[in-house]
Design a protein around this ligand. Structure first.
Ligand SMILES: *[C@@H]1O[C@H](CO)[C@@H](O)[C@H](O)[C@H]1NC(C)=O
Ligand SMILES: *[C@@H]1O[C@H](CO)[C@@H](O)[C@H](O)[C@H]1NC(C)=O
Ligand SMILES: [Zn+2]
Length: 350
């Protein structure tokens, strides 16, 4: 039972040794209180990490109009599992409740694993903002419908499909979502393994007859390596849809159960999982392939079993970039705190 929850707690484990490497000035991420009030007055692309793979992305606003907002893979539950009692438990609290998020226009889900498709969060957002449009990969629509979300506002896509939402309320920008390939698997139980699709999402803000005004890429849960080297899909995403002002990319393979961490054990070497989960080193290659102008790390620390396990992925991310993990730099890749909101200026595609 609960195969995907179990999948998050990878076996086998090895005896943990303390991090004794140069930390490159990297600090352990924490949860801070978000300030969503500032968002209404910012005309840049803004991103707030909601913990694990959850992100709130705001596209640049148009004068006199509320900016449009997208939430990716929100999870606010205490555990990433179908049960309130077992399954991976949070190490970092969520920054707020789902219903505390500012008005949302779109929610995009990457696949049906419990840590990415949290029905409590999706239901809460839908109840608070009934006009929200959901974007999901093939086979995930029925899961959202099972909690009462109306079919009309769920857009189900295959890889490379796009859905374009035309301008509303006197605005001029349309918003195009493209379902992008990822290398992963799916399943919420034993019987539905790989029955539904997994994906990433590219969102582009487009004004008629102009270059893309702002763009973001959400990688979902994905590996980078295949049995024959790098997965070619990411270069293709970069060629077709890049460059991206912002990319959100996972940097870690899965959680050691807290109780196992407390006993002094940790995950074994993760290379054998590199086809399902990008390592920090792979994540840097992935960011370059998709042509990310700035990349933010996700899918780490939130459910990690120990402090070292929360810190190490970012230390490796810095090592893989010559000792720095600065998302502000052009082409840079770094981490922000849960609840932290950062603003990026956007450029037309070059
Ligand atoms: C959406 O897909 C159609 C058909 O493949 C394509 O012509 C169009 O350019 C795509 N739009 C965007 C914004 O990617
Ligand atoms: C699910 O798909 C992945 C490919 O991403 C594959 O490695 C795995 O063996 C598949 N699992 C099942 C049960 O078919
Ligand atoms: Zn997953």
């Amino acid at each position: 039972m609960f195969a995907s929850a179990i999948a998050l707690m990878r076996l086998p484990f090895v005896r943990a040794t303390p991090l004794n490497q140069d930390l490159h000035g990297v600090k352990t991420v924490k949860t801070i209180e978000p300030n969503f009030e500032v968002l209404d007055s910012v005309d840049k692309l803004c991103a707030t990490w909601l913990g694990h793979a959850g992100f709130l992305v705001q596209l640049p606003g148009e004068a006199g109009h509320r900016p449009r907002r997208v939430v990716f893979d929100p999870i606010f539950s205490d555990r990433a599992s179908p049960s309130a009692w077992i399954g991976p438990r949070r190490r970092l609290p969520p920054p707020c409740k789902a219903q505390d998020l500012p008005e949302i226009d779109f929610v995009a889900v990457s696949h049906n694993h419990y840590d990415h498709c949290d029905l409590d969060a999706l239901t809460a957002l839908w109840k608070k903002y009934p006009k929200v449009e959901f974007l999901v990969p093939l086979g995930v629509k029925v899961i959202l419908q099972s909690v009462g979300i109306l079919a009309d506002c769920i857009h189900e896509c295959d890889w490379w499909d796009n859905v374009t939402f035309p301008p509303t309320d006197g605005c001029t920008a349309s918003y195009s979502f493209t379902c992008t390939p990822a290398q992963h698997n799916s399943g919420r139980g034993v019987m539905d393994q790989n029955w539904s699709l997994w994906c990433g999402w590219a969102v582009q803000q487009i004004h008629a007859d102009s270059p893309v005004a702002a763009s973001a890429y959400f990688a979902g849960d994905t590996g980078y390596q295949t049995a024959n080297g790098a997965c070619p899909a990411f270069k293709e995403i970069g060629e077709k849809l890049g460059p991206f002002d912002l990319a959100m990319i996972p940097i870690w393979s899965g959680a050691t159960l807290t109780i196992i961490g407390k006993m002094g054990y940790r995950l074994a070497d993760d290379t054998h999982l590199a086809t399902l989960h990008a390592t920090p080193e792979d994540a840097v290659r992935l960011a370059a392939d998709v042509r990310a102008r700035h990349a933010l790390a996700m899918h780490f620390a939130t459910f990690a079993g120990t402090d070292d396990e929360a810190l190490e992925p970012v230390v490796r991310l810095a090592q893989a970039q010559g000792g720095t993990a600065d998302w502000r730099a052009e082409g840079g890749f770094g981490a922000i705190d849960v609840g932290e909101c950062v603003a990026l200026s956007c450029g037309p595609a070059t």
